[in-house]
Structure formats: structure tokens, C-alpha cells
Design a protein around this ligand. Structure first.
Ligand code: HEM
Length: 267
């Protein structure tokens, strides 16, 4: 793991910080449970040709039970989202998390920087002596360093907004699929058909995003491999904070400097 910032003398390297409190961990676990259930009970309708789904629903009544489970998981998912909205509105920590999760111009800059850092093209050109004078004058364009992230990096923000947007789409389309008569009272049949198409394709998109992107970021990424345990115990070490979220680490260090200066004044 990259060693990141120079440690602050006011923060022990084995100090533990709370990254996800109990309410946030329960919301996350409910999201995992409901999303997994919705995928398992929804995708067989889209990918009905696949052997695995045929096997899963081989016994009689299996399809009926699947429908019940899908609706039950949908209701729990909606209640969980309402809880999360209330938590983000009415608790100080929730409001702060939400504020920190909102994208800023820096996130676009960070994504750009990470992309070119990972590609390594400008470093390669520099080594070959191509545009050397230009890179010497503007070393930023070599993208030698990765950007420093705050409490949430651009990937985490993008995932959060993706879940918010995806849930809204699934809830609206799913609601009208559940209440066909109501849907046909308000919309022509072709709109209802579009709800079904959107619901199916958005499910595949969400499934792939979670399997490929989220699982990479929280499991396979060498910086956290084999797994970040934050979702289970909520804890992050000061070392992890310093390397993965250096701007948040700096903020805490500065707060401590201010607090100790104040304490010295009082003495
Ligand atoms: C992330 C969440 C969700 C996923 C991944 C998901 C996935 C799916 C999929 C793949 C289908 C099959 C679509 C097709 O036939 O082409 C489906 C059907 C359906 N979904 Fe969802 N869904 C989700 C959320 C919801 C919600 C929130 C509701 C209700 C408000 C809902 C209600 C329905 C209904 C009524 C059907 C019709 C088929 C059935 O009887 O189960 N879904 N869902």
C-alpha cells in the first residue's frame, strides 16, 4: 500500500476511526440483502433461457413464490431508502455524509488525473524523451501522483449517485408493473411496455455494475484485498485513512492542532 502522507504526531498510526456507524451499516446490509433478492427473483424473467435460472425455479409454485419474494424485497428496499433519506435529513452525521457525497469540480479533475496516471502514457513519452521540455515545464501533465481524496473519492460518489438514480428508476417502473391497471389508466400501453423494458435492462446494468465495479473496489483492489471490513465493523485505521482518504486525515490532524493550541491557551 502507498504510504501516503507523513503521519501527524497528533494521530497514532494504530488509532481507529468510525467510518460507518451502526445505522449506516444496517442500511448497507439491508441494501445488499434486498438487491440480491431482487436480482435473483427478477433476472429469471429476463434471462429465462439460462439453465441456472431454469434449475432454480424447477419445482411447482417456484415462480409464484419468486413473485412474492420480489415484491417483499421491493417493499423492504423502499422502507430502507426512506429511512436513509430521513437519516440524511434529520441527523447531523447523515447531513454531513450527504454533503461529502455530492460531486464537486475536483472529482472530475481527480477522475481525469487517475485515468492518465493509470494509462501511464505521458510518463512513457517522457522516458522516451518525447515532449520532454514541455513536461519539465508542466510536470502536472506527467500524472506521476494519484490525487488526494477526501472522505469519499469520485468512485464512491459515483456509486452512491448510481444507486440513488437506479433505485428511483426501479421503484417507479416496478410500481407501475406491480399495478398494471393503474398504469394503463394513466399511460398508453406502449409507455407501460417501456416501463418493463427499462426495469429489465436497468436491472442487468445494476447487476453488472455491482459485480464488476463495486466488487473490484471493495474486494479485489490491491489496496483493500481480500476485503475492506468497513461494512462489517465500521472501523478504519488511521493508516488506512492517511493512505486512502488523506484530505480527511489532514482535516482531523488540523482540528487536533487547533484543539491542542486552545487547550494550551486555557492553561
Ligand atoms: C434494484 C432493484 C430491482 C431489481 C434489480 C429488479 C429486477 C427485476 C427484473 C429483472 C424483472 C423482470 C423484468 C422483465 O420481465 O423484463 C423484474 C420484474 C418486476 N419487478 Fe423488479 N427489480 C427491482 C426493484 C423493484 C421494485 C422496487 C419493485 C416495486 C416497486 C419491483 C417490482 C417488479 C414487478 C411487479 C415485476 C414484474 C414481474 C414479477 O411478477 O415479479 N421491482 N424486476
Amino acid at each position: 500500500m502507498d504510504e501516503g502522507l507523513i503521519p501527524s504526531p497528533l494521530i497514532r498510526d494504530d488509532e481507529i476511526f468510525l467510518r460507518m456507524n451502526l445505522a449506516e451499516r444496517i442500511q448497507h446490509i439491508l441494501l445488499i440483502a434486498t438487491f440480491t433478492t431482487l436480482i435473483i427473483t427478477g433476472l429469471p424473467l429476463v434471462l429465462y433461457e439460462m439453465k441456472i435460472f431454469k434449475a432454480l425455479f424447477a419445482f411447482e409454485k417456484a415462480f409464484y413464490i419468486r413473485g412474492i419474494l420480489h415484491r417483499l424485497a421491493a417493499v423492504i428496499m423502499i422502507v430502507n431508502i426512506l429511512w436513509h433519506i430521513a437519516y440524511s435529513l434529520f441527523t447531523r452525521r447523515g447531513r454531513n455524509n450527504f454533503k461529502e457525497l455530492m460531486p464537486k469540480f475536483k472529482d472530475a479533475k481527480d477522475a481525469f488525473q487517475v485515468f492518465w496516471h493509470n494509462i501511464g502514457l505521458t510518463g512513457f513519452l517522457y522516458k522516451k524523451g518525447i515532449f520532454k521540455a514541455c513536461f519539465d515545464k508542466h510536470p502536472y501533465w506527467l500524472f506521476k501522483e494519484e490525487p488526494e481524496f477526501g472522505r469519499y473519492n469520485f468512485i464512491e460518489k459515483f456509486e452512491y449517485l448510481g444507486v440513488a438514480w437506479g433505485s428511483l428508476v426501479m421503484i417507479i417502473s416496478g410500481f407501475f408493473m406491480w399495478n398494471v391497471e393503474l398504469s394503463l389508466k394513466f399511460f398508453p400501453l406502449w409507455v407501460h411496455d417501456i416501463f418493463i423494458i427499462i426495469h429489465g435492462y436497468e436491472a442487468i446494468l445494476a447487476f453488472l455494475t455491482i459485480i464488476i465495479w463495486h466488487m473490484y473496489n471493495v474486494h479485489l483492489n490491491p489496496e483493500v484485498f481480500p476485503m475492506s471490513k468497513v461494512w462489517l465493523n465500521g472501523k478504519i485505521t488511521s493508516h488506512e485513512l492517511r493512505t486512502l482518504h488523506p484530505l480527511e486525515y489532514k482535516k482531523i490532524a488540523e482540528e487536533r492542532v487547533r484543539a491542542s493550541a486552545k487547550a494550551a491557551e486555557v492553561k
